[in-house]
Design a protein around this ligand. Structure first.
Ligand SMILES: [Zn+2]
Length: 299
C-alpha cells in the first residue's frame, strides 16, 4: 500500500493506494501553521489510514518546497514554518520507516504522467497555475529534479517576449526579481491585470462570469492571459520540447484554456509545426496527493 500526503499551505490531504486503486478514503485536514503540530498531524493521518485498512504503507509527501539534498533541510517553501527544518528525518523517526518527500508541483506532474492526462507521453511538463505559478518535469514517468532541485520552476523566469506595456507594468515578485511569469499568470496576477485594463476589482471566477456575459474588460483580460501563457509555454517548448503539457491549479479551469493556448503557440515556438499537446489535468486537486503516493513504486 502506498500512502500519499499533500502538505499544502492551508490544507493537508492523505490517500492510500494499492495497485493504482484507492483503498482508504481521502482525508483532508487544515494545515497547522506550526512545525511540531504539522509532524503530529501527518503521523495522525498515516495512523488513521493504516488502521482503516489494516495494512502498513510506504509514505510519500508532497510539500510546497523541497528538502535540500546536501543538508536535509526544507527550502523554497511558502509555508514558512517548514523552512530550515529537517522534515524528512523528523518524520522518518516518527513513522519508523524511510519516507520520500518531493515538491508538490513535481507530485502533480508525476500523477498526471503516470495515469492522468499525460499518460502515454514520454516527456511531460506539468504546470500549476494558482495563487503561485510552478511546474515540474516527468521523463518516462519519473521526476527530473536537477542538482538545484528546481527543474520546471518556470514561474520565476521573466515573462518572455514582453511588450512595452508589459515592461512598464512589470511588478516586483516575492523572489526578489521583477516581471516574473508568476506575477502575470497567478490568480492575483490576472485579477490585477483586469484592474489595469480599467475593469472593476473582481475575483478570477467573477471575471470568468463577467466574460461569459460579454463584459469587454473581462473578455480582454482572459485573451491577454491566454496570450501570456502561450508565450510562457513556448519558451518551455523551445528548451524542453515536451510531448505533453498538462495544466493544473485553479486557473487551469479558465474556459477552453488548453485550446486557446495551443492555437497561439506557433507564433513563438521555433518550429513551423507544434506537435506538443496542451491538456487539462485528469485528476484535478487529487493529483498532488496521488503523485505523493506514487513517489514509491506500486507493489
Ligand atoms: Zn519571482
Amino acid at each position: 500500500m502506498q500512502i500519499g500526503i499533500d502538505l499544502g499551505g492551508t490544507k493537508t490531504e492523505a490517500i492510500a493506494l494499492a495497485s493504482a486503486t484507492v483503498v482508504a478514503s481521502r482525508r483532508r485536514i487544515p494545515t497547522p501553521p506550526d512545525y511540531a503540530i504539522t509532524l503530529d498531524a501527518i503521523a495522525g493521518l498515516v495512523a488513521a489510514l493504516e488502521s482503516e485498512t489494516g495494512r502498513t504503507g510506504t509514505v510519500g509527501i508532497g510539500i510546497p518546497g523541497v528538502v535540500t539534498h546536501a543538508t536535509g533541510l526544507v527550502k523554497n517553501a511558502n509555508s514558512t514554518w517548514l523552512i530550515g527544518r529537517p522534515l524528512q528525518a523528523d518524520l522518518e523517526a516518527r513513522l519508523d520507516r524511510p519516507i520520500r518527500v518531493a515538491n508538490d508541483a513535481n507530485c502533480f506532474t508525476l500523477s498526471e504522467a503516470i495515469d492522468g492526462a499525460g499518460q502515454g507521453f514520454e516527456t511531460v511538463f506539468g504546470v500549476i497555475l494558482g495563487t503561485g505559478v510552478g511546474g515540474g518535469i516527468a521523463i518516462r514517468q519519473r521526476i527530473h529534479e536537477g542538482p538545484n532541485q528546481i527543474a520546471g520552476e518556470w514561474g520565476h523566469n521573466p515573462l518572455p517576449w514582453m511588450t512595452d506595456e508589459e515592461r512598464g507594468a512589470a511588478l516586483p515578485c516575492y523572489c526578489g526579481k521583477t516581471g516574473c511569469i508568476e506575477t502575470f499568470l497567478s490568480g492575483p496576477g490576472l485579477e490585477l491585470d483586469h484592474v489595469r485594463l480599467g475593469g472593476t476589482r473582481r475575483s478570477s471566477p467573477d471575471i470568468v462570469v463577467a466574460a461569459a456575459g460579454g463584459d469587454p474588460f473581462a473578455l480582454q483580460t482572459l485573451r491577454r492571459y491566454e496570450d501570456r501563457l502561450a508565450r510562457g509555454l513556448a519558451a518551455v517548448i523551445n528548451l524542453l520540447d515536451p510531448d505533453a503539457i498538462v495544466l493544473g491549479g485553479g486557473m487551469s479551469n479558465l474556459p477552453n484554456l488548453p485550446g486557446a493556448v495551443s492555437a497561439l503557440l506557433s507564433r513563438c515556438v521555433f518550429s513551423d509545426t507544434v506537435l506538443t499537446r496542451v491538456l487539462l489535468n485528469a485528476h484535478g486537486d487529487s493529483s498532488g496527493v496521488r503523485g505523493a503516493a506514487w513517489l514509491w513504486p506500486s507493489e
